[in-house]
Design a binder for this molecule. Sequence first.
Ligand SMILES: Cc1ncc(COP(=O)(O)O)c(C=O)c1O
Length: 369
Amino acid sequence: MNNLLNNIQEILLMGPGPSCVPDAVYQAMSQKTLGHLDPYFLQIMDGIKEQLQAVLHTHNVLTVPISGTGSAGMETCFVNLVEPGDPVLILSNGVFGTRMQDVASRLGAKVDALEFTWGAPVIVEDVKKKLAGNAYKIVAVVHAETSTGVCNPVPEIGKLLQGSDTLFLVDTVTSLGGINIEMDAWGIDALYSGSQKCLSCPPGLSPVSFSDRAVAALQQRKSKVPNWYLDLSMIIKYWEGRKRVYHHTAPINMLYALYQALFLILEEGLEHVYQRHLENHRALVAGLEALGLKMVVEPQYRLPMLNSVYVPDGVDEAAVRTALLEKYKIEIGAGLGPLSGKIWRIGLMGHTARPENVTRLLDALKRLV
Ligand SMILES: Cc1ncc(COP(=O)(O)O)c(C=O)c1O
């Protein structure tokens, strides 16, 4: 019988995620499975929580990895905080801001979307005007918009909300582990991320953190959280306290992987990790521009871990990606939505952000464009 798993090739993952996974993380995943209430496993859970608090710069007690990918983290934040009729403002400049609108409106939120140009950041002045005279329960934004490669001004938006009752909800799926996040200092109340981007862990977990204010909002709900699996008021009883209460069977080996991925990041040092992303991003941009390619995003708003570049006139966008994959064993991403067919998205996320990978991609592109 042919076992398909015997023929998996090693692909250099330079798309919008998943990113390359270090061997130590694969090895962590293949450790022996423990029971989800095993005392040693509980210690590993506590370790994950502490490491997440360190990378997020938060003291939030409610800091847990949700079983599911980044979208499960998005659902978790909205489903625990939104009740029907709640006014929610979503600052949107890409696919994931659009997804937030869908998720929030399915929960019956009164969604107000402030749209910005794809490829450009959220304009803080416009947000300020929108907030004047409007009392929102939640303002939500994507920190690193993976569909375009734009970094949104999260600290500045946080400042606008200081002293108000509005909860600040931030998507850090692509930013966590690649650029600095100061959850407490920036006034973020609810945040979610994903394991498969700059954390360089396989997809399957979504770190989530709630501030005390967000926890209070959850506790003061008039109605039950309308999703059993993602109800944080229940999940927290498994992640906290001396006596742990079973909620659902934790994905044990995935959690080993997340523990190890966070361990590697903290061992390297956050500053060093961010600097490595930045230097490889600069080298990539210089190489792309030397090939005559044009970046989509203005330099000051660019994300180091997601580089979007226009496809030159007359070049078959999909054919280049296929050749990269088949001939050079490199994956890059295509454009989404209005940018579909017009751009490539090149990821330098986590373990992928290394000079040898930048050189390998540029050498291949030189032959193809
Ligand atoms: C910014 C952002 N938010 C949310 C998601 C959704 O995450 P997932 O695909 O892991 O469910 C992604 C995935 O690419 C993302 O880039």
